[in-house]
Design a protein around this ligand. Structure first.
Ligand SMILES: Nc1ncnc2c1ncn2[C@@H]1O[C@H](COP(=O)(O)OP(=O)(O)OP(=O)(O)O)[C@@H](O)[C@H]1O
Length: 251
């Protein structure tokens, strides 16, 4: 059996000493396609940011195995992305290849061809010279998927990729996620639409500050678990302190 690719062991993440997620343990297998689901404030984005190494107050262990930073492709929530830069669609997609190209290096013909193919794959052929500020929300999301295609990452982490995205665009981008899965990449996506999760994502991590369920989607998204998750998130005290270490019997 292959070794787990990303293993979380008792991960707790705090903001100003208040836990946003706590005691999360489990693993993302290589090539798995996992949805992270949960209510607003359940800690989904926090967990992704911790996995990306973006947060400093992380307790427990996030073991990324042999993976390097370059092996991760990360799409943050749209609200965290500033697109008021005077960047063209082509330049934005090319950012996916910056590790290959380097800060001042020139892109090879092969990289430019791959960027062009990525734009075709997301249905934006001919948009190369458009300013990203002039795109619709859905078109911009397609550009960001093209950038991920170019990056060619082993692990792809998407934070609410379909929020405010229309059905047609969502359908097209889900097809790309499916393609990544068929290519045996590990894909992790925060999603709010349970029907979508059931239809496309074999694995689910249901989060409500802690893990409510993590495994095959049909076993995790039960009515009971969803009610439990909702109640947990609603009852959570944002000012709660970090749990004390459990007292071991006999100590
Ligand atoms: N930078 C921050 N500073 C302080 N608290 C934060 C910060 N970011 C998130 N939080 C808090 O951590 C908790 C979890 O937030 P997080 O954004 O991870 O939830 P989420 O499940 O992704 O929610 P949503 O579905 O609304 O995006 C919330 O109570 C939030 O207010």
């Amino acid at each position: 059996m292959s070794m787990p690719m990303i293993t979380l062991d008792n991960v707790t993440v705090t903001y100003n000493r208040h836990p946003a997620v706590h005691h999360v343990s489990g693993c993302f297998e290589p090539g798995s396609l996992t949805a992270i689901a949960g209510s607003n404030g359940a800690g989904k984005s926090t967990l992704l940011k911790a996995m990306m190494g973006e947060l400093s107050s992380v307790e427990g262990t996030i073991d990324r195995g042999d993976l390097l930073v370059r092996d991760f492709g990360y799409l943050p929530q749209a609200a965290d992305i500033d697109r008021h830069f005077p960047l063209s669609v082509a330049d934005t997609v090319m950012l996916g290849a910056w590790r290959e190209v380097g800060a001042f290096g020139g892109a090879t013909r092969a990289v430019v061809d791959r960027a062009r193919q990525a734009l075709v794959a997301v249905g934006l052929a001919g948009f190369e010279k458009r300013d990203i500020g002039s795109l619709s929300v859905g078109q911009f999301q397609r550009v960001l998927f093209a950038r991920l295609l170019l990056q060619d990452a082993k692990v792809i982490i998407l934070d609410e990729p379909f929020t405010a995205i229309d059905a047609r665009t969502t359908h097209d981008l889900l097809a790309i996620i499916r393609r990544w899965h068929q290519e045996a990449r590990t894909v992790i996506a925060v999603l709010h639409d349970f029907d979508q999760v059931r239809a496309y994502f074999p694995q689910t991590l249901l989060l409500a500050r802690k893990v409510i369920g993590w495994g095959p989607t049909e076993e995790v998204l039960t009515k009971e678990n969803l009610l439990h998750a909702k109640a947990m998130t609603e009852d959570w005290d944002d000012q709660a302190g970090v749990c004390e270490a459990p007292v071991l019997e006999g100590s």
